[in-house]
Design a protein around this ligand. Structure first.
Ligand code: AMP
Ligand code: ZN
Length: 452
């Protein structure tokens, strides 16, 4: 299985540190506002990667953080903490804000059928570990203290900038005049921030009361659960040049060696070819989609139509075609399911083409094309069975409504009555099933329950 590694700038064969197990870290949300469909692209991407890994037989140790403190308005440590901004906006404590938006985030991921990581960890749950991490960086000579906090000294990490392709000199040349003259380099970043009194979230530390920087949360949580050899780290493209550079500096400053092997970045969702923005009135949520008749599953289909490393353009026309495509995909799938024909299809070839596509840096648009070519073939039950295998990645719902156990039992009893040629009883049971809003369709291998 090949993935594009942002660090080496090439597609590489995935070779996990431990055979058969992939340790994967994904940058999670800052829980301070309602997640929009652009944010959800981040988790659909994570979901797709997890599903492809599982398809290939890997066991996954996945971790995601929930940022509930320390993410300042600018990713480069300027402005207020986003949690405090939301707290003022909504007249709630930052803790209430975090809880509220975490619940919403979890509900949105559930609607989309996201395969969630094995460990989900809040930044505020690892404050002691963060303090140990920062202390270690101070001891290792990678950090220094100022009146405002503890900063990472990027001059002590010559590889700084290797991910974004910018060296320290470039960074210095590009940096604005920093207002903080205590910092040794303008790109030095905060590991621990000494809290002003009005900062509600603060903890005791060897450096007085304060709160963690944003970047240190990810390094600490990643290493807490996965150790210092991590196979894959995922995140949005915008995090490549600051957040992830900083994570690498922290990780390697702490561990003394490379920690993350593959950095995988997804590109953003655009709306009508431009940025999604509140002021533009084009920030859509799953609820907005639902109001226009599009299900989370339709959005999943839409996601698969563009490669993750390309920008995806959201339009309502695009949603409409995704919805229609998914509808006909399901209808054709049903025809294959019900077919008794044994055609001479080259099923193994289709399977191999599909697997080559998903394993070639997650080329899902190509894989989807292969599915369509397959579906257009003469109707054959084998095609349906193979589609169900592929569906472990797509995660579409082919079963329609969930059939109540009562109906399932009645259907089973009816089938048995019919086998025993007790047609009166079979008809009576069929009547009961109809009353409950379902019907039965017999086929050569058994029967199917359909919601009316
Ligand atoms: P935030 O909660 O603001 O930290 O963002 C959560 C995730 O959403 C991050 O991983 C971002 O990379 C991602 N994100 C934000 N906007 C977009 C967008 N328009 N398209 C795709 N991902 C986005
Ligand atoms: Zn992160």
């Amino acid at each position: 299985m090949k993935l594009f590694n942002s660090l080496t700038r090439q597609k590489e064969e995935l070779v996990p540190y431990e055979e058969g197990v992939v340790k994967m870290y994904s940058c999670g949300p800052t829980v301070y506002s309602y997640p929009h469909i652009g944010n959800m692209r981040a988790y659909l991407f994570m979901d797709m990667l997890r599903r492809v890994l599982k398809y290939n037989g890997y066991k996954i140790e996945g971790v995601m953080n929930l940022t509930d403190v320390g993410h300042l308005v600018s990713d480069a440590d300027e402005g207020e903490d986003k949690m405090i901004v939301a707290s003022k906006r909504e007249h709630k404590s930052p803790w209430e804000i975090a809880e509220y938006y975490t619940n919403i985030f979890m509900a949105e991921t559930k609607k989309l059928g996201i395969d969630m990581p094995e460990h989900i960890c809040k930044a505020t749950d690892v404050i002691p570990e963060i303090i140990v991490f920062v202390k270690t960086l101070l001891e290792n000579g990678h950090a220094y203290e100022t009146s405002k906090g503890i900063y990472y000294d990027i001059a002590t990490f010559p590889a700084y900038g290797k991910l974004g392709g910018m060296n320290i000199a470039d960074k210095l040349a590009g940096a604005r005049i920093d207002i903080d003259d205590e910092k040794r380099h303008p790109a030095d970043f905060a590991l621990w921030i000494k809290a002003p009194k009005e900062h509600i979230m603060q903890w005791d530390s060897p450096w007085g009361k304060g709160y963690p920087g944003w970047h240190i949360e990810c390094s600490t949580i990643g290493m807490k659960y996965l150790g210092d050899h991590i196979d894959i780290h995922t995140g949005g493209i915008e995090h490549k040049t600051i957040h992830h550079e900083n994570e690498i500096a922290q990780d390697e400053g702490y561990a003394g060696h490379q920690v993350v092997k593959n950095w995988v970045h997804f590109e953003h969702l655009l709306v009508d070819g431009g940025k999604m923005g509140k002021s533009l009135g084009n920030v859509y949520t799953l609820d907005d989609l639902a109001k226009r008749g599009y299900s989370p599953e339709d959005y999943r289909y839409f996601f698969f139509t563009t490669h993750y490393a390309k920008q995806q353009n959201f339009t309502w026309e695009g949603m409409e075609s995704a919805k229609n495509a998914l509808k006909s995909l399901k209808a054709i799938a049903k025809e294959h399911k019900e077919s008794n024909e044994k055609t001479k299809i080259k099923i193994k070839k289709v399977e191999k083409d599909f697997e080559d596509a998903i394993n070639d840096d997650l080329n899902l648009p190509k894989a989807l094309g292969i599915v369509w070519t397959m579906l257009r073939m003469p109707r054959d039950r084998q095609i349906y069975d193979l589609l169900m295998k592929f569906n472990s990645i797509f995660g579409f719902n082919f079963d329609g409504e969930i059939i109540p156990t009562e109906v399932q039992q009645l259907a089973k009893d009816r089938w048995e009555a019919k086998q025993q040629k007790n047609y009166a009883k079979a008809d009576e049971l069929r009547g009961k099933i109809t009353e409950l809003g379902f019907s039965i369709k017999d086929n050569p291998s058994g029967y199917e329950i359909i919601k009316n």
